[in-house]
Design a protein around this ligand. Structure first.
Ligand code: G4P
Length: 525
């Protein structure tokens, strides 16, 4: 193995997905503690010292109690370089999450064991499944009374159509939580042991029974666990690493993030099973690119302005797909053919941003951007242009007319609009003839964040007038006649200048199609 191969083989890059409140932030925090990046719990969420609170617009997260941004965190653990990409749990930010999922090699799904599979888990799971990457499951909040573990696994298999393999099994739960029966590592992990040295009790690999005398054996809860584990061994799925690699089986871990129980066990197993960066299909699937290719390449999966309010900067997040990143290197941007020197890059070590010198395939780097990048852009070195697969795009369903409250402040209004739209969280349209601004989003919350950020970051108060829910349909400019437009099918153009109609409802669209049967309408360009 050369140095690059060695470095790439140590990378583990993954995202954590969950329904809001399942415990994603809490488990992330525990992982960062284990990685030595933070020193005490409570720093990640909404506290003054945490990276998550360094941006003032994130105050909206605190107000609403939700996680809005996707952040990148990196740490070393057990000779591996771990990259965690956080994703917003709220469904209004699904688009951001979907793109983030394109930049990872595995996903961790956190489930509240009292609630089971919730709607947002299901939605995000589908995307991960489509990507064919491994999915690891953490059944959280075992310190609370939850649902029967067998029931949880059955629901997971049923609703998500994936095999579950329990890596460990709870011994009791809620007030009666005693520990975990670790099937994978053949040991019992005690919950809150009086003495840390006795946290793990070995199991006989053959019989699966405790090898030492313990009070546990007297307890009916423990007997119940043994019965369940027997049942799993006889009637459950068998462990299949090949299926795990393709996302057809998910290893299931139980634990409690809040009390830091089972999290380290999870991390250790995860790092062993999760894949190192693998190949990418490029140039319209005509070629395969190895992560250890000697040429550097990567793609932009996210752009975020003003991460640090003191600097007012814009950062393009790049997933490195091949080779090595060196500070100051020259790359080419596939979309424009433009050459760029990457002088200013940043890595993300949770509590501070460090200036990056070197990163390899699997890593995420943030590039300070002066307007060169768009979401989905590919960059590369070497002679052969590289284009990665396009990132998923959503057609907005909610629309607002937007104007500056203070007409004297047009400059900051336009600047803010332009920059926030470039981040890709919100779509901008203009009415066809009068060029009024119309914003489109997938969820209402995106508008609220937009309005909040315009005020906080650009000092521009905006007036938003809801147009409501609309169906966006593009029309071939050749077929367009401006008289086709009415209040029920508003004619606008997108950022590229392509015309589209915003139909009031399905009825309006049908009416239009009846009237103009030759006109071809498309859902997305
Ligand atoms: P999210 O990022 O997925 O939205 O969830 P988050 O980690 O913020 O957790 C949501 C709530 O669930 C938090 O409580 C958190 O403390 C709690 N929680 C997370 N993991 C566990 C666990 O293992 N056991 C128990 N009992 N609770 C857990 P909160 O009261 O909403 O927020 P906070 O004010 O405590 O931060």
């Amino acid at each position: 193995m050369n140095d690059l191969e060695k470095a790439v083989s140590k990378r583990r890059t993954f995202a954590i997905i969950s329904h809001p409140d399942a415990g994603k932030t809490t488990i992330t925090e525990q992982l960062l503690l284990l990685g030595g990046v933070i020193r005490s719990a409570g720093t990640v969420k909404g506290k003054k010292t945490g990276q998550f609170a360094t941006s003032d617009w994130m105050a909206i997260e605190k107000q609403r109690g939700i996680s809005v941004t996707s952040s990148v965190m990196q740490f070393d653990y057990a000779d591996k370089r771990v990259n965690i990409l956080d994703t917003p749990g709220h469904e209004d930010f699904s688009e951001d999450t979907y793109r983030t999922l394109m930049a990872v090699d595995a996903a961790v799904m956190v489930i509240d064991s009292a609630k089971g599979i919730e709607p947002q888990t299901k939605k995000l799971f589908k995307v991960v499944k489509q990507r064919g990457i491994p999915i690891f499951t953490f059944m959280n909040k075992l310190d609370r009374d939850g649902r029967e573990p067998l029931d949880l696994i059955a629901e997971l298999e049923d609703l998500l159509s994936i095999e579950g393999y329990a890596m460990n099994w709870p011994i009791g739960m809620g007030k009666d939580l005693r520990g975990l029966y670790d099937r994978a590592q053949k040991r019992i992990e005690l919950y809150r042991p009086t003495d840390e040295a006795h946290r793990f009790l070995p199991l006989d690999p053959e019989t699966g029974q405790l090898t030492e005398a313990s009070d546990l054996t007297e307890e009916s809860i423990y007997q119940q666990t043994l019965d369940d584990v027997d049942l799993l061994s006889e009637a459950g799925n068998s462990f299949d690493l090949e299926k795990i690699k393709t996302g057809d089986q998910t290893p299931v871990f139980f634990g409690s993030a809040l009390t830091n129980f089972g999290v380290e066990t999870f991390l250790q197993s995860f790092l062993e099973m999760a894949p190192a960066p693998s190949t990418h299909e490029i140039n319209d699937d005509s070629e395969t690119l190895s992560p250890v290719d000697k040429h550097f390449s990567g793609f932009v999966f996210k752009i975020q302005a003003n991460m640090n309010p003191n600097h007012r900067d814009r950062i393009a997040f790049i997933r490195i797909c091949s080779g090595e990143f060196d500070k100051g290197m020259d790359v080419q941007l596939t979309r424009t053919g433009k050459k760029l020197r990457l002088n200013n890059a940043t890595e993300f070590m949770s509590d501070e941003r460090e200036n990056v010198e070197k990163a390899v395939a699997g890593d995420i780097v943030g590039l300070y951007d002066t307007g060169n990048f768009q979401i989905g852009d590919s960059i590369y070195t070497g002679k052969n242009p590289i284009k990665f697969a396009p990132l998923p795009q959503f057609t907005p369903e909610l629309f607002m007319r937007v104007t500056a409250k203070n007409v004297m402040k047009q400059k900051s209004f336009h600047k803010g609009m332009q920059q926030l739209v470039q981040e890709g969280a919100i779509q901008l349209y203009k009415t066809y003839t009068t060029e009024d601004y119309i914003l489109g989003a997938v969820g209402q919350l995106q508008f609220e964040v937009f309005q909040f950020r315009m005020k906080n970051e650009y000092n521009s108060e905006v007036i938003m007038t809801p147009i409501g829910s609309r169906t966006a349909r593009w029309i071939d400019p050749e077929q367009l006649d401006e008289n086709m437009s009415s209040s029920r099918n508003l004619l606008v153009k997108d950022l590229k200048g392509e015309p589209l109609f915003l139909f009031e409802n399905a009825f309006a669209e049908r009416w239009f199609q009846d009237k103009y049967p030759d006109v071809k309408l498309t859902a997305k360009l």
